[in-house]
Design a protein around this ligand. Structure first.
Ligand SMILES: Nc1nc2c(ncn2[C@@H]2O[C@H](COP(=O)(O)OP(=O)(O)OP(=O)(O)O)[C@@H](O)[C@H]2O)c(=O)[nH]1
Length: 397
């Protein structure tokens, strides 16, 4: 079976039992509505039950950040359409360049590969990753005796997924590690302005919607406004935020965060940190002090050190990744603003050059626009138009 067809079956064809799921969803909505009505009636008694509200810790009952207000509940978007929408800019640029190339070169030859190389480099795939893909493609084209450039599109998509997952081709998505025995700690690092705070807010929301209890620690005590900003996210997501004053020791904030998360019986503690790249020694000292505190308090923690990078900054993001991974053991990348760039190929450059997996991607500004990275869904998002076109061609035929 062709790779496009495989992707289509994986992401587009409606899974069996969807109708039953839809019915169950409707039932749940009815249940929820009646619960809300019940809530309304208790609120009328508020004056008489003043103490009840105080007995419930703020993160006892996770609720959606802006339930019914800023972001009304929406039909859950499929992973395929999230990646398709989020990668629209990259896809439009990439698809038109590849289509143009295929139209100009009917048969596969050396010049075709040279131009294809340029198209991939212009999408920020990264020189060494591009070389690897082109080499693989040339071999595959020979092996399958492909002459028609149209057929190459499908092989490129397959090679991109293979490049991401390596030779073992294990098609797993990049789930965040968890502590099966208690508190899970995620340390979030990255320079200012990359969307670190927004990512922490989105992640807190995501974990809460999975039923987990979350605490945030405002460890970026350096940047003016960082504590307030995190606090604001905490309020919106109804999550407890541990904070000290600006300029205080980040390691002390994180220590308090751990104690607070433990006593509140939180499942996850997300720690913000300051990202000063100007002074690498400071950065290194600060991060290692914070890590030492976490390791001492919870053996095996932090379970993830996530580096937040802004996809729109291209090579800059790559050099930040290099500096941070020299300062601390980065276990995964969160690539924000993938929706804001036509150069989404940077995902592959990061994986190939730094050998650090991209674990989460930011595909928009909404609180729900943070997705676990899935290379198949990513490639589906890049080639969605071609996959649909191929279907139409087959139908016409
Ligand atoms: N389109 C889009 N915008 C994003 C995404 N992630 C963050 N942003 C936006 O990027 C801007 C900066 O994000 P913040 O989280 O406030 O980051 P910051 O305050 O500049 O600095 P840090 O928190 O230190 O990174 C905000 O306007 C966010 O809405 C994303 O995935 N897509």
């Amino acid at each position: 079976m062709g790779f496009f067809k495989k992707l289509k079956e994986k992401f587009v064809v409606e899974p069996e039992g969807k109708e039953e799921n839809d019915e169950r969803k409707e039932e749940l909505e009815v249940e929820k509505e009646s619960e809300l009505e019940a809530d309304d009636s208790t609120s009328e008694l508020e004056g008489e039950t003043e103490s009840v509200e105080e007995e419930i810790p703020s993160d006892e009952e996770p609720t959606l950040p802006s339930e019914g207000e800023e972001e009304p509940l929406q039909e859950e978007e499929s992973i395929a359409s999230k990646f398709k929408n989020g990668l629209a800019k990259t896809r439009n640029s990439f698809t038109s360049k590849i289509n143009d190339l295929v139209a100009r070169y009917r048969t596969v030859d050396e010049d075709f590969f040279e131009e294809l190389e340029e198209v991939l480099i212009s999408a920020d795939v990264g020189v060494s990753a591009v070389m690897e893909i082109i080499e693989e493609l040339e071999m595959e084209v020979k092996r399958q005796n492909i002459k028609d450039t149209k057929q190459v599109k499908e092989v490129i998509s397959e090679k991109l997924v293979e490049l991401y997952y390596g030779n073992d081709n294990q098609q797993n998505i990049e789930e965040l590690k968890q502590n099966p025995e208690g508190l899970t700690v995620y340390l979030i690092v990255g320079v200012n302005g990359v969307g670190k705070t927004t990512t922490i807010g989105k992640l807190a929301h995501q974990l809460q919607s999975e039923g987990k209890k979350v605490t945030l620690a405002a460890g970026d005590t350096f940047r003016a406004g960082a504590i307030e900003q995190l606090d604001e996210w905490g309020k919106r997501a109804n999550v407890h935020v541990v904070k000290h004053t600006e300029g205080s020791d980040p390691a002390a904030v994180i220590y308090d965060g751990i104690q607070s998360a433990k006593s509140r019986k939180s499942d996850v503690l997300i720690c913000d940190t300051a990202g000063r790249l100007q002074n690498k020694v400071n950065l290194m000292n600060e991060l290692s002090k914070v890590k030492r505190v976490i390791e001492r308090e919870i053996p095996g923690a932090p379970h993830e050190v996530l580096l937040v990078l802004d996809a729109t900054t291209g090579q800059n993001a790559m050099s930040q990744a290099k500096t941070f991974s020299e300062s601390t053991d980065v276990s995964g990348i969160v690539l924000t603003k993938l929706d804001g760039t036509a150069k989404g190929g940077i995902v592959l450059a990061i994986r190939n050059e730094l050998e650090i997996p991209v674990k989460l991607v930011g595909l928009g500004e909404k609180v729900t626009d943070l997705e676990t990275f899935d290379a198949n869904a990513f490639v589906y998002g890049l080639f969605a138009d071609m996959i649909e076109d191929q279907e139409n061609e087959e139908e016409e035929f």
